[in-house]
Design a protein around this ligand. Structure first.
Ligand code: 3PG
Length: 215
């Protein structure tokens, strides 16, 4: 099976890409494992996490055969893209349009989610070869923006990121997104007491809210 297609299906079917942006390697690994246990199938370790490449390597070795999509986030250039792919990343995410990242990713056939805000940026992102457009920061745009922008640009596969919660996720899907990017709601669930079963529970709750929003 062509892995890229399989991975795109994984994002489309669960409807969530988890963004792990923690202060330590240990916390990132604990959050990732707890979220995977809760049903998360696609996640990115942002390059701002200390030793991000080591975390990606560890998670991709542990979970490749479980078909969990492990990616790198906040990839700002082609060099970082190549390093992340060598570490095992099969998904690259950037907050901005970054042609070097897209070129490297397409060469090795890994999935890309590339940041855009305006209609011009959305179209430029598609033309530059991104698989999915990350609408970022989504909370300042709101779900109505997706409805408005996909009237003329209906071909854009949009993933709003920033401020998405179980309480508002149905609005984003109703407006026409294909999936959502989720960070703090899930990743910070254990922040107060280090009880990572809360991360598992938050992931389950979020996945149920997405399934409900799509039914
Ligand atoms: C990020 O890049 O960390 C995302 O924007 C996360 O957004 P959220 O924490 O509001 O989900």
């Amino acid at each position: 099976m062509w892995r890229k297609l399989d991975h795109l299906n994984r994002i489309a079917s669960t409807g969530i890409v988890l963004i792990i942006r923690t202060d330590s390697e240990q916390e990132a690994l604990a959050v990732a494992e707890a979220a995977i246990q809760g049903g998360i199938k696609a996640l990115e370790i942002t390059m701002s996490v200390p030793n991000a490449l080591d975390i990606i390597r560890t998670l991709s070795q542990r979970h490749k055969q479980n078909d969990i999509l492990i990616g790198a986030g906040t990839v700002m250039d082609g060099e970082t893209a190549r390093a992340a792919i060598l570490a095992g990343a099969e998904l690259l995410v950037s907050p901005q349009l970054n042609p070097d990242m897209l070129r490297v990713a397409n060469r090795y056939q890994v999935i890309t989610i590339s940041g855009a805000y305006t209609p011009t940026e959305i179209v430029a992102t598609l033309e530059a070869g991104a698989d999915i457009v990350k609408l970022f920061p989504a909370e300042t745009l709101g779900p109505a923006y997706i409805k408005a922008v996909t009237a003329p640009i209906s071909q854009a596969p949009l993933v709003p990121t920033g401020g998405v919660t179980p309480a508002n996720v149905h609005e984003w899907f109703q407006a026409g997104c294909i999936a959502v990017g989720v960070g703090s709601y899930i990743t910070k669930a254990a922040q107060k007491d280090g009880n990572y079963s809360k991360v598992t529970a938050a992931a389950q709750q979020f996945l149920a809210a997405v399934a409900d929003a799509r039914s």
